[in-house]
Design a protein around this ligand. Sequence first.
Ligand code: PEP
Ligand code: MG
Length: 530
Amino acid sequence: MPDTPQRLAGLGVSQGRAAGPVVRMAGPPSLPAPRPVADRDAEAASVARALEAVAADLTKRAGAADGEAAEILEALAMIADDPMLREDAEKRARDGLDAAHALDAAFAGHRDALAGLGGYLAERAADLDDLRHRAVAHALDLPMPGLPAPGHPYVLVAEDLSPADTAGLGPDVLALVTERGGPTSHTAILARGRGLPAVVACAGVTGVPDGTVVAVDGVTGEISVGITAEEAERIVALDRAERARLAASEGPGRTADGHPVKLLLNIGSAADLVPGAEGVGLFRTEFLFLDRKQPPSFEEQVAAYAEVLARSPDVIVRTLDAGTDKPLPFLGLPDEPNPALGLRGLRVDRVVDGVLDTQLEAIARAAESTGTQAWVMAPMVTTVEEASEFARRARAKGIARVGLMIEVPAAALRARLLLREVDFLSIGTNDLAQYTFAADRQHPALADLLDPRQPALLQLIAMCAEAGAEAGKPVGVCGEAAGDPRLAPLLVGLGVTSLSMAPVSVPAVREELAGVTLEECRARARAALA
Ligand code: PEP
Ligand code: MG
């Protein structure tokens, strides 16, 4: 019987509970000092076995993946199987190196050769590093780096996860816990998209040994380490019951005493829409055109926007938000020393002609062709002058309702004046936190500053909501904070009129709001501001 479970605290970023054995994702192995070799043939055989094991593991993963992921894994397996690479490594072992050093040296040689060829082949050099780490780990009898495949359901624990890791998560993963990462990191957004409980910024979690049974609470961020099998079963049953309860939840957002709060969706394309929603609060149009070298045509844009407008009530389309973490190659923006503080969002219009006007016209045409009203907002607005110019151009194209995102403290401070220019505001708490606290939203060590409960952030939200109430115009929140069931009552108490979130988050937020009165929401807001 284990002792009382130890508790670790992180930030809950994707709701749900899970319990299961920990499997840690290993990092790249470091080479120990060279080992004297007694039997050189045996060492060469161990080299060959390591490469075979790596190739077999990648082939197995390719079989379990599909599409592009499967192709990438197959290509990697072929490189690991390359006879030239194997012969080179075996020869180095026969010349007296131990298996790990022989593999390391052979991979280094091939990497340099590829890098020297330039172009596409040089880009493949990084793939060799990944294979090197795997082969060396095998030779040293260490866990393979990269996503584990233990063959049973598990809680994945990692220092951090790359976008490639997260894209490759299999169905055996019960929950994610990372030592680093922030609430708006890739791990968080991807986990929410998949409905996987996730906790980030959890100090000490990578020290929990593999196989230890843990409970993960994706709302409170608490990890209970070393729980009993009965406790794990109880948590799994609770989670199942909670998911069933949420699956049955429907209807518009309201507090217990009937105060309406629109619950809207954040989407990147029509594929993200779910039936029964009250509308779309943030259509991130740049997600349609990431990776494009040529600008999307007017007709292509009209079709993409019309598809969403035709299938959902009340859609707020955001104009392209390019820059920093969302590069749009077709814009040809220069590299900048400080991209988050440079030409991004609406500011791109300062240096690239025509893109904004074409998009506004395409949105207006899509609305006309679907017989709907388009609501359009601009990202990264900073001054009243920018707001007024954006509103003028949008209205000139026939956009019915014009709004602004509040992502920069300067804009929040001038919310009253901005609302004289436009019809609504939508607060992007991800960027508003980044710029209020001067803390990179992707920075793993600054998660506490990016916590949306920070009073300075709440105060800026309150200022916007008060300005909206005075002007009789809607002010919503569309950053990740809006989808956190613990924060929703607080945001409503601050006075926001809608919450826009990943579709998977809507039921829990709806149920949470249904359990509190408006006065209770206001009391929470007062307490949080104090
Ligand atoms: C935000 O900044 O809060 C926001 C919703 O925009 P994005 O996450 O797309 O930058
Ligand atoms: Mg933003």
